[in-house]
Design a protein. Structure first.
Length: 418
């Protein structure tokens, strides 16, 4: 086990580069299972969740080569249709193997995937889509699906779930005929999955809209793609700069993926500049202001970006209402912030009222999921005194070498093995 020791209260400065998208990586790796030819991915983040996905695919009999920020996958010998339950239990993103294995082998059996404990994350929409495409779905304590042949159909998703959309695309891409996916998620990593599959020979249109059309093809070939920047990491780094009132340039991002997030910052009075591939946070020229912070379906503010903004709200004058409509357990970070002096009131499992501006002080706190971990790091950086953050293995799952990168900005942050 490890923890971070952070000395807060310092103004930071410099430049920090955003890593490749964690959420784009897993469906792309799953897509590589649809062909016997080699697929290659670059700009791959060096995070623990990547390692788990690599081990999962290798356990299926697939050849995987990992080099500096790159992964090559050749699934010529893919035979196993049951991913290792111990590994799937560590990674929610492994759920996208369902659609890929069903399409490639005609069957799949998987225990429910794990991941962050942020609330119920059902797979009903995934299984319903498979059934519409002609698969038989069953299971008791696990997920089982099989089909002699998948047939294109109109799939109306029960919810605009990112992974349900990705699984439906993966299952439909080699199905016979046309599949129409309605109420599809539009996130950038869904778009990149479609673009990569088209590079492999798929025929997908409607990319970036709520209606995706997939014309089934008999065979796919190998392809290569560079992962898009991680928008969630970009957002948290931008908030870190704003909350510490530092001048930091966050590079290697796509501002178009952050439209509503940047609008939120503007409403709160953050001083920043936007370039073609960067956001530069400048020293504040006025007090930050409380605001309503509410996530939604892309292109609205992402649920993953709300916790960091809640820290910023503690430094903003007036009341802020944080509304996390998606996950009922995502407000766990609020108790940790209150230990640091934040004035917050949890109204219900989805809403919290924060009153600021409030100085934060050091505390011994614990992270229980990826975004909570980064949220607590931001809080510790602005707090007076020395804070200890336990549970940083969650941070390692989604943020590459965080302490090293923040140290280069002038942060006093050390990893302590316990």
């Amino acid at each position: 086990m490890s923890k971070f020791i952070i000395q807060g209260g310092k103004i930071l400065s410099g430049e920090i580069k955003v890593s490749g998208s964690k959420n784009a990586l897993f469906p792309l790796m799953a897509a590589a299972l649809l062909t016997e030819e080699e697929c290659r991915f670059t700009n791959v983040p060096e995070i623990k969740d990547k390692q788990v996905m690599v081990e999962l695919i290798q356990d299926l009999g697939v050849e995987v080569k990992v080099s500096d920020r790159a992964i090559s996958i050749k699934a010529a010998n893919l035979k196993k249709s049951e991913p290792d339950p111990t590994l799937t239990g560590k990674l929610r993103g492994s759920v996208v193997l369902l659609g890929a294995l069903l399409a490639r082998l005609g069957k799949v059996k998987m225990f429910f995937p794990g991941g962050d404990l942020i609330g119920k994350r059902p797979v009903a929409a995934h299984l319903s889509a498979f059934q519409v495409l002609g698969a038989k779905v069953s299971g008791n304590g696990n997920i089982q699906a099989s089909a002699v042949k998948l047939i294109g159909a109109t799939v109306v998703l029960e919810e605009s779930s990112v992974t349900a959309t990705e699984n439906t695309i993966l299952a439909a891409v080699k199905a016979q005929g046309q599949t129409l996916i309605k109420l599809a998620a539009m996130e950038p990593h869904v778009q990149q999955l479609c673009e990569f599959l088209n590079n492999m020979g798929a025929k997908i249109s409607g990319i970036g809209t709520t209606t995706i059309i997939v014309e089934g093809v008999a065979k796919l070939h190998g392809a290569e793609i560079e992962l898009i920047p991680d928008s969630n990491e970009a957002a948290s780094l931008i908030v870190l700069a704003a909350a510490t009132k530092s001048q930091i340039k966050v590079t290697n991002l796509n501002p178009e993926f952050l439209d509503d997030f940047l609008l939120q910052l503007k409403k709160m009075g953050v001083n920043f500049q936007v370039g073609s591939d960067f956001v530069k946070v400048l020293a504040p020229t006025k007090e930050y202001l409380g605001a309503k912070i509410q996530c939604g379906l892309y292109p609205k503010l992402a649920s993953d970006d709300v916790p960091a903004l809640a820290v910023l709200a503690t430094q903003a004058t007036g009341e802020s209402l944080v509304y996390e409509w998606l996950y009922e357990n995502r407000l766990g970070y609020v108790d940790q912030l209150m230990q640091m002096g934040a004035r917050a009131q949890i109204l219900d499992p989805h809403r919290v009222k924060i009153t600021g501006a409030t100085p934060l002080h050091s505390a011994k706190i614990t992270s229980y999921d990826i975004r909570m971990g980064m949220t607590l790091v931001i809080a510790a950086l602005i707090a007076s005194g020395q804070s200890e953050i336990a549970g940083i293995e969650h941070i390692d799952r989604g943020y590459e070498n965080l302490e090293t990168r923040l140290t280069k900005l002038g942060a006093e942050i050390k990893r302590l093995e316990t």
